[in-house]
Design a binder for this molecule. Structure first.
Ligand SMILES: [Cu+2]
Length: 112
């Protein structure tokens, strides 16, 4: 019984490693102390990025204004925002309420 459990754990860890290498999981950008971490990222076409708000109280937004996206909703601690990038290019974005006073900006570079 115990040996079976160990095998199961081993198989599970292999599966997790494979999924990670395949690039199917969203890429995470953390939001902490009015900063996108990292604020400059390069990903492959087809990648989904998930911005996760790790503040204690503060809401933020992720708005791709130059790409023509509608104004984004604010999201609160432990909430997140996702966007998938299906075209190569350079995509700057801002946190709408904190763009000017906290210079809260970032860029996603999408390559083939
Ligand atoms: Cu913000």
């Amino acid at each position: 019984m115990r040996r079976k459990n160990i095998f199961l754990l081993f198989a599970l860890s292999l599966f997790t490693a494979g999924a990670f290498a395949g690039g199917d999981d969203p890429v995470i950008i953390e939001i902490k102390k009015y900063k996108f971490i990292p604020d400059d990222i390069t990903v492959k076409v087809g990648t989904t990025i998930r911005w996760v708000n790790l503040e204690k109280r503060q809401y933020h937004s992720v708005w791709f204004r130059e790409a023509g996206d509608p104004v984004s909703d604010y999201f609160f601690p432990d909430e997140s925002y996702e966007r998938t990038f299906n075209e190569p290019g350079v995509f700057p974005y801002v946190c709408e309420p904190h763009e000017k006073d906290s210079n809260m900006i970032g860029v996603v570079r999408v390559v083939e």
